[in-house]
Design a protein around this ligand. Structure first.
Ligand code: NAP
Length: 544
């Protein structure tokens, strides 16, 4: 039954999404006395970690860092069992937070927000859901995550396929049993690379269809040790502060020397040391890996050589080695035994870079004229990232303008937080903010705090709407691209660039200027009286 308890009501704020953004924002707004409703399309909290239940799903930011910092008791009391947490542990944490702060009572689950229209005369948003609820709110916040609209490619005959199909980003809640099955996995991004080793242990046979090989680093994951946990918990206050001012929103020991300034021997030793430590700090081996192609080539070649050492069949090893883009410019992957999996007898790799999947048949798929019969297909084919979820809601600002139309040539935001002509609509980690180029939870906390500070500022000063100035937005959009153009990122066809979605404008969507720098820019903006934003004052008669 639709939740109509508060049908037709009005609240201060409506939040879309009950992932890490929505949960913290609800907690903050409620604490500040703003009446708030959250709508969540899933049946429970957790966002990304609610949907991405595929075998092997795991975070590649260390647990001690991929967690909320806003509550000292929470961060001291919570125990993470592993260095890099598995999806069930992160989901358990999201549930714990929701229960601990009694958040679920203000969240309406199983409900998708379908439309949000700004009424200029009333200066209020009208929000509609797929359960027929209609609610008015002064503030409308999309806390919908950056990677939440799963993408299944349009391949001929896909509807005729009679076997089971799965997408990693919308995985069933019950255990899926692949015992004895022949599986096709399409896609070798972070999700595919995590799922393939686990699937291979269960299925009779796994055929991986690879369009572009990915650079992947071993996680070297291990159980959490008391000593490591203590080293964080005893210094959490300082360490979290360092994270907030760091480049990535996480502490990684970045080497401040250029790759070509050291000898070949030292370079190889540095790469080897970081490969052995595991995870993304490898990309911090030298300070110019993402800005200097020649430097980057040395790291890329090191990884290709590692792949050749691990994978026994030279032809397969060669296919798995990325050659067409610099390392790190597509999202770097972190794995647990990915390349080793290709040494198994029950795993095959099919290169579809030159010969795309032709079509599905009722019992399999065809590539280059060859039919592969499979019982199940796992689509690890990614997401319509950054904008896809925003566009699924019919969002209309001033003059009935649709967000989708305004952003036809690419997202236009000021600070990745708001878009001009959409007053009082905020995006948590929106396009143009560090978002996916950072430790998401650190960036979420910063954006949530910025939103709540803005609302408090408005309330204290009798202001009713907030909106970016056009010039500030134009300048920010330019700045986001300038920052990207100083790096190697535009050289890759990545979802950062929108390249994975046919017809999507090709430009770099997150802000790559660094988490610490971005935070400073936001703090300066506030110190300068919310420079770049304009406000409308409450009409005297309307003032409550
Ligand atoms: P992804 O990185 O976009 O990878 C999608 C894969 O599917 C790519 O290999 C892509 O090939 C392939 N593909 C797409 N369309 C295809 C088609 N028509 N035919 C054949 N292959 C096709 O998606 P993802 O792996 O789900 O990861 C998305 C993001 O989620 C990650 O980059 C990361 O930010 C996040 N994530 C993080 C973790 C973690 O923390 N460990 C885990 C999972 C996901 P091309 O490369 O040629 O496009």
């Amino acid at each position: 039954m639709p939740d109509r308890r508060k049908a037709g009501t009005s609240v201060d704020a409506v939040i879309v999404g009950a992932g890490f953004s929505g949960l913290y924002l609800l907690h903050r707004l409620r604490g500040l006395g703003f009446s708030t409703r959250v709508f969540e399309r899933g049946a429970d909290v957790g966002g990304t970690w609610y949907w991405n239940r595929y075998p092997g799903a795991r975070c590649d930011v260390e647990s001690m860092q991929y967690s909320y910092s806003f509550d000292e008791d929470l961060q001291q009391e919570w125990h993470w069992p592993e260095k890099f947490s598995a999806q069930p542990d992160i989901l358990a944490y999201a549930n714990h937070v929701a229960d601990r702060f009694d958040l679920k009572k203000d969240i309406t689950f199983d409900t998708t927000v379908t439309a949000a229209h700004f009424d200029e005369a009333a200066r209020r948003w009208t929000i509609e859901t797929d359960t027929g609820e209609r609610i008015r709110a002064q503030f409308f916040v999309m806390a919908t995550g950056c990677i939440s609209t799963a993408q299944i490619p349009a391949i001929e005959g896909i509807d005729s396929y009679k076997g089971r199909t799965f997408h990693t980003g919308a995985w069933p809640h019950e255990k899926v049993d692949f015992t004895g099955e022949r599986i096709a996995v399409i896609g070798t991004g972070s999700s595919g690379i995590q799922a393939i080793p686990v699937l291979a242990q269960e299925a009779a046979h796994v055929t991986v269809f690879q369009r572009t090989p990915n650079y992947s680093l071993p996680s070297q994951n291990c159980p959490m040790t008391d000593e490591y946990e203590r080293s964080w918990k005893e210094h959490y206050t300082d360490l979290r502060e360092n994270m907030r001012s760091s480049f990535h929103g996480s502490l990684k020991d970045l080497n401040d020397r250029p790759a070509l300034s050291v000898s070949e021997t030292e370079r190889q030793e540095t790469y080897q040391k970081r490969w052995d430590i595991g995870g993304t700090p490898f990309l911090g081996s030298f300070n110019d890996l993402l800005t200097d192609k020649e430097a980057n080539d040395t790291a890329a070649e090191f990884v290709r050589q590692q792949i050749k050492k691990i994978v026994k069949d030279p032809a397969t090893a060669d296919l798995l080695g990325p050659k067409t883009y610099p390392i790190g410019t597509k999202r770097i992957c972190v794995d647990s035994g990915y390349f080793e999996t290709y040494n198994r007898d029950n795993v095959d790799l099919v290169d579809i870079s030159e010969t795309p999947i032709e079509r599905f048949t009722p019992d399999g798929l065809v590539v280059d004229g060859k039919h592969y019969a499979v019982d199940s297909v796992v689509f690890a084919t990614g997401f319509d990232a950054m904008t896809g979820t925003l566009f699924r809601v019919d969002i209309r600002g001033r003059g009935g303008q649709a967000l989708k139309e305004k952003w036809e040539a690419g997202p236009r935001t000021y600070l990745g937080l708001m878009s001009e002509a959409f007053p009082n609509m905020f995006m948590i980690t929106g396009p143009g903010s560090p978002s996916v180029k950072s430790n998401m939870i650190i960036s979420i906390e910063q954006h949530v705090d910025l939103v709540t500070d803005s609302l408090v500022h408005m309330r204290a000063n009798g202001l009713e709407t907030m909106e970016p100035e056009r010039q500030a937005e134009d300048d920010w959009v330019d700045h986001v691209q300038e920052a990207a153009n100083r790096t190697l990122f535009p050289l890759a066809n990545s979802w950062y660039m929108g390249s994975n979605i046919p017809g999507k404008p090709r430009l770099f969507t997150p802000y790559i200027g660094g988490v610490g720098r971005y935070r400073q820019i936001c703090e300066q903006m506030v110190a300068d009286g919310y420079k770049g934003f304009r406000f409308e004052r409450k009409a005297a008669a309307a003032a409550e």
